[in-house]
Ligand binder design. Structure first.
Ligand SMILES: [Zn+2]
Length: 316
């Protein structure tokens, strides 16, 4: 996740080297083409021996892409190049997303990673969400990372890839990392890790709740993000934030994104999280989450992490 921008130069070097490696042994390079929600994903599989079979690796890519397509109503770019590198260990890490060729993701999978690791993986979903939003200037990296940080667990919960309790438990635990610290000058001027990833996520959470409050829970943040993506907002575009937020607001018929940005961009604007959790009916007890369905905005909480799969199953 931090790799996305912090190690851009190193990552470009690695990309260059791996392209050279691919050229040197082109006939042996294992490639596959996946179709997901109308999009094409060209996958390069690792050369090194892996515990995961080819089919298991491709299944993980397919599932991650479907999770993102479900949240956005489509896969956010028509064509993605995905290069999977083998690495030591059992983890999935070092995801990086570039605008090259309409979308390029590099990701490392440990030679000892197993199917359970692919089911728990959040990195590929996080990177694929980056495809759906235009490139911002340096002062607005927080919104790129914030969207990926917030929408990744939400999107996974909606496909049953993460439990609803785990999503809210993560948010209760980690959202405070996005709160302003002493000396904070607002999201556009405070480029710490906490403010970039979790400050951005905090912006998204508050925006999601406010959009739902303003639309009787008929629209949510995903409608704004879908609107931006449909209007051509994707990783291969460079936009001003004002343009993205205006298009997002138009999609929900509100001014939530623009007014929240105004509140948070140049001033600390802390969020009263305790109040927010109570309103949504979320409480932490001994490290586990409990829900109060009688809370005033319990329906908003439920809509955010609603699983269309389980709803559909219930109707069948
Ligand atoms: Zn990222």
């Amino acid at each position: 996740m931090g790799f996305h921008h912090l190690h851009k130069i190193l990552a470009f070097l690695l990309m260059f080297l791996s392209f050279r490696a691919a050229h040197g042994q082109a006939p042996d390079t294992d490639r596959a083409e996946l179709k997901v929600a109308g999009a094409t994903i060209d996958v390069t599989l690792p050369d090194a021996p892996m515990k995961l079979s080819r089919q298991e690796l491709l299944g993980w890519v397919q599932a991650s892409a479907s999770t993102v397509a479900n949240y956005y109503g489509r896969f956010p770019v028509p064509h993605l190049t995905l290069r999977i590198r083998g690495s030591n260990g059992s983890g999935i890490r070092h995801g990086v997303t570039y605008s090259k060729d309409g979308g390029l993701i590099l990701i490392s999978v440990g030679n000892n990673a197993d199917v359970a690791a692919t089911k728990e993986d959040w990195v590929l979903v996080h990177e694929m969400i980056h495809l759906a939003f235009p490139n911002m200037g340096d002062d607005q990296r927080w919104i790129e990372e914030g969207i990926s940080t917030y929408a990744e667990p939400v999107a996974r919960a909606r496909m049953g890839g993460m439990s609803v309790a785990e999503v809210w438990g993560t948010f209760v635990r980690d959202m405070p990392k996005g709160e302003p610290q002493p000396g904070d000058e607002g999201l556009d001027h405070t480029h710490s890790w906490g403010r970039t990833y979790w400050g951005g996520a905090l912006f998204c959470l508050v925006a999601d709740v406010r959009i739902r409050e303003h639309t009787k829970n008929r629209k949510g943040l995903e409608d704004a993000l879908r609107g931006i993506n449909k209007a051509g907002g994707s990783i291969s575009e460079d936009w001003e934030i004002a343009k993205a937020l205006a298009i997002g607001d138009k999609a929900t018929g509100t001014t939530v994104l623009r007014s929240l940005y105004k509140e948070m961009r140049d001033t600390p604007a802390p969020v009263d999280l305790e109040k927010l959790w109570t309103k949504l009916g979320i409480a932490m007890k001994d490290g586990s989450v409990s829900f109060n369905d009688k809370a005033p905005e319990a329906n908003i909480r439920k809509a955010i992490t609603a699983s269309p799969l389980s709803a559909r199953a219930a109707h069948q």
